[in-house]
Design a protein around this ligand. Structure first.
Ligand SMILES: [Zn+2]
Ligand SMILES: [Zn+2]
Length: 284
């Protein structure tokens, strides 16, 4: 019994690298995943595929399968919804053009927020933000780190609460695609679209039918931070709607957040095969 348990192919379909806000380079992430017994690893950086070539090469070297993925940030009225894409053709030109325009919007937004911070007497420069992001996807977390490192606030939470959160003086809204547009973008790139951490969506009952009509393939059920009960009810919800239950740790680095340990989730290999089939039916 134990032997069989040890041999089980671990599957983790939701991880981040330094291409977005993860702490490990893609090759480092893959090496660590192999060490932890992960046999199938989804690499899903925010709004970028820049880490995938390195991850795929590293996966071939250590003998684990890399599922090329992405996690797209989208906007609905009541906040943020993340759409995962799996088995995408990440060299697809329209996909890359769309991602480039998302990046430009992020940069413009960060620039506008830095101007507001400067007007509030906070001395940080936009170049500092760029340097901190190191060529990766820029987010408000980078601004929070700078504000805190310079001693204007004592924690990242405080930086958000005082300046960066929605409704605070340095906040600038982010122009993002809608969740339906993200599902369509994933499909056009030959991938299978999955709703990430569904409990983040405040209006799931309204959102889900819309996404299914657009071609959503799956629902993230075995999510790092979710309890057993939450996971079970999401698997049931997926079944009710004919969606593929998927899962992943949402690993960003060691000690990032409880429940987010690499390879800590228990996703059945069957979900990977179903995603692969769903992806093969999309695109051109
Ligand atoms: Zn997410
Ligand atoms: Zn994530």
């Amino acid at each position: 019994m134990e032997e069989a348990g040890r041999r089980r192919r671990r599957v983790d379909l939701h991880t981040h690298t330094t291409a977005s806000d993860g702490q490990l380079r893609p090759a480092e992430l893959v090496a660590l995943a192999a060490q932890r017994g992960v046999a199938v690893l989804g690499v899903t950086d925010h709004d970028t595929t820049a880490g995938l070539d390195e991850a795929v090469t590293a996966g071939q070297r250590v003998g684990i399968e890399i599922v090329p993925g992405i996690e797209l940030s989208t906007a609905v009225e009541a906040g943020e919804v993340h759409i995962l894409g799996y088995f995408i053709d990440f060299h697809d030109r329209p996909l890359q053009e769309a991602l480039r325009s998302f990046q430009e919007r992020r940069i413009e937004r960060a620039r506008a927020m830095v101007s507001r911070l400067q007007a509030l007497g906070i001395r940080i420069a936009f170049d500092d933000v760029l340097a901190l992001a190191g060529g990766g996807t820029i987010s408000r977390a980078h601004l929070a780190r700078l504000i805190t490192e310079r001693g204007y606030t004592s924690s990242l939470e405080e930086a958000f609460a005082r300046y960066l959160a929605r409704g605070r003086p340095a906040y600038v809204p982010h122009e993002r695609p809608t969740p339906v547009e993200a599902v369509q973008l994933v499909q056009a790139a030959g991938g299978a679209a999955v709703l990430a951490h569904p409990h983040t969506a405040s209006d799931l009952a309204r959102l889900l039918p819309e996404l299914i009509a657009a071609g959503l393939a799956g629902l993230e059920a075995w999510y790092g931070e979710y309890s057993e009960d939450q996971r079970r009810s999401l698997v049931e919800l997926a079944e009710v709607h004919g969606l593929i239950p998927t899962g992943g740790s949402d690993y960003h680095g060691e000690g990032f957040r409880e429940g987010r340990e690499l390879g800590s989730v228990d996703v059945p290999p069957e979900s990977v095969e179903r995603l692969r089939r769903a992806a093969s039916r999309t695109g051109r």
